[in-house]
Design a protein around this ligand. Sequence first.
Ligand code: ATP
Length: 491
Amino acid sequence: MARWVDPAPFEGVRPRVPWWMLVPGKLKVIAFVAALGWLVPVVLVRLALVVLRYPVAVLVPVAAAWCSSSYGLPPLVLGVLALAAALVIWFGLDRASFLRLVWFRLVTEWRRATVYAPRWRTTMRLAELAKESRGREYLPRLRRVRSEGWRDRVRVRMVPAQSSDAWELRRDGLAHSFNSRSCRVRVLKPRTIELDFVHSDPLARPVPVPALAQDADAVDLKRVVVGRTETGRPWRIRLQGNQILGVGVPGAGKGSLLWSLVWNLAPAVRGGLVRLYGIDPKGGMELGQCPDAFTRLVFDNGREAVELLEVLAAEVKERAARYRGVRRLWARSNDEPFTVLVVDELADLIAYQADKGLRERALRALQTVTSQGRAPGYAVVGLVQDPRKEVVAFRHLFGTRVALRLDEAVQVDMVLGDGARQRGAAAHEISEGTPGVAWVKTDGKGQPERARAFHVTDADLVELALYLTATDATVHDFPACPGDTTGGAAA
Ligand SMILES: Nc1ncnc2c1ncn2[C@@H]1O[C@H](COP(=O)(O)OP(=O)(O)OP(=O)(O)O)[C@@H](O)[C@H]1O
């Protein structure tokens, strides 16, 4: 309690001066210039980014405003009409380039502005892909967006200490958040991934077979076209120096993969450059549809099939011994044909055969052809329904593995290799309504690819048989010895 003798407290209000008034004038000028020097580039970069991300949405209105201010409204209207007419004509003349250069560009900007940019931050937070540390938020950065009609490719820079696994685990949630049917994750480089938001299936319609080539030289054994990939490019399979394994449930379209290969090889088969051997343990239900394509066909999984395998295994060894020290690999100029062995149901031969002796002989011979046949010009195309290890213990010897529709999610990695399913290769989700659609993984190529084999109909197989048995076939003359082009015996 204050006593009357105490001095009265000071009641005046002390003047409050803002801190920056106390900063010396010179320092203020320096700080102002520094702030300006930082702000101007930032604003310019942001503006440039906006123009880069939305070139049409920014540049068209700017050009229109400039045109109307410089020349008035009528020239602007005329210009817009002329542009619209030019675009319509472009669309009519070359639809593909119009879609690629104009339409998808517009869709890209539209979807970035209306879907990805506005929902990005919230989705990242709710999906727990944004992180917080010491009160600071780390948000994955939305980078380039590219719309291709059936999918949007969205590049993302991940936050530090994040891996693509975190994104793969949230693929479904991301797909729903951005209104797409599915989402796939691809690693592009350290810290940068690309998300594919898929809106429709470009492989929904069957792909018809192309016209049969007339010339054996048109066949490239390193790039045999068997269908179309989902990006619209031809689906090419390397046959020379490779082995191919196709896996799929009954009705998945394994037959179309096999016949697409034969279809593309037909000119070379007719010309004697390639010879086909077939084993169809299902009694010829599949390969028996066009026996003319094959040098020899066996329709069971017993002794005859095993003997054919052993003959081929012996040929592989003999050819390899002859090549040793002379040439490293089979080449077109060699005076012997490239050999393709097609086995329609591998498991019948090497797993379900009741006779243990036959089973082991088949397994040994097949392993010899697959492991040693690459250099001397032997390829195996094996088809199987069940990809388990007990069924195909030597899956790793097949350089190209094709997963058609599969029953279970776990089978995807069995066929395509570890991590393929997480990277979006959802072979178990392929619809029953799209036989021939497959995920393909080739050793040495990063990502599995989605593709559809040609639809080879019964009528096509009749045409193929007629083509192969036509009497006016041009028979390819092998040179008498490598390098000799003067001719030799036809195969
Ligand atoms: N690429 C394709 N495009 C369109 N339809 C296809 C394609 N491949 C197969 N089909 C159709 O799907 C059905 C089953 O195909 P296919 O017999 O090739 O399957 P599969 O996997 O070989 O079956 P299985 O193991 O029973 O022999 C057939 O009616 C065929 O016409």
